[in-house]
Design a protein around this ligand. Sequence first.
Ligand SMILES: [Ca+2]
Ligand SMILES: [Ca+2]
Ligand SMILES: [Ca+2]
Length: 424
Amino acid sequence: MTSYATGDWILMSCIRALFAFTSFQKSFLFTRFVSFVKVCGWFLFGLFVCLPSTTWAKKGDVRKISLYGFARFDAIFNDARFDFAQFAFVVKPRLNGKRENELDLHPRLSRVGVRLWSGKLTRDIHLDGRVEIDFHNGGSESRAFLRLRHVYGVFHFKGLSLLFGQTGHLVAQLSPSANNDTTMWNAGNIGDRAPQLRLGYSFQLGRGKLSVQVASVMPNAVDKKDLDKNGTLDGQDAASPAVHARVGFVSPLWTKRPFRIAFGGVWAREEVSKPIAGKSEFSSLGVFAELDFPIHDLVGIRGEWFLGQNLSDLRGGIKQGVNPVRGTEIRTMGFWAEVWGKPLKWLTFVVGYSQDQPNIEDLEDGNASLNRVFWVSAMIRPVPAFKIALEYLRWYTAYKGDKMYDGNRVNLHFTYYFDWTSRF
Ligand SMILES: [Ca+2]
Ligand SMILES: [Ca+2]
Ligand SMILES: [Ca+2]
């Protein structure tokens, strides 16, 4: 305050000295003029003081931003009753033997994302990140709620990386091209999204790159499992994170698209305070494989395979992790595979098959014992900004002690893409 008063006195004296022998000093405008000069003077002084520190603060500031996403509209027709008409996981048993039709129109998969790249924090460390949302989180059909898909930052230090936030599960990262909503989850495709802390190291191996990663993942982020209904997720109750590990290899081939193979494993514990059929602890275990093999620029195959027990939190086992009647984990195995063809630059065809088949001995009558989907899709993208796609899915769900039910699902969707990048 003292330095402000001294500075103010010096400024005032200078102004008075400047106009000491003029009549302007006596005019009514002089006070206003002095106030104006004072404000400008202090503003410039503040700028002068702050500018060097602002320059220092720029270390690690965002240097590049990309705003991306799309507006999308889906029209879906089902000729049988699914668990959800909009986002199907299983075909439901027929009510009174009746086959029912369903129709759904929605824009919920529309997406907005921001990618951020920061300047170097030190000579070797830099930071980047991402926030991405869509609108598939409930609400009415005209007032959808936001859904957080990705929100994370990543430190990079030479080959090392540390990711903190939420993104896709570390294992089983591929997804089929059709059914972009439930992506054949619980029907052969495994791996969703969850909060996590992920450490990775990657290095050059021949012409390709090998990466080794391990992650501490929030358990029950997807299946919300609370078997004893005590209000605490059973993975939270166990007080240990799910551990995911993955080794992946990506290498250029004779094609534009790279070859990719990966193997992963998952381990997690769950605990209940009120025993379920005499058991208080459950474990989740799984092994995973991913393959993306472009045979030619015009054709390729992709797919995944998994085997494990209590995998409902990763979308395996047809939504079934633990059998609450017996207090035992449900074992399951599943896979998906698709062949894609791109005969023209703007045209892609896909044919695929997937299935998830829990061990029938681990199930009770009425539990889903097999969930399988066959799909064909055609995608037309005449310009990068626009895509129209038509998908046909033939779906089968079998129930123990009952029979297998089938359903046909047709999905037409339109997408307008945008992508804008700015550098500072
Ligand atoms: Ca997957
Ligand atoms: Ca619980
Ligand atoms: Ca506990």
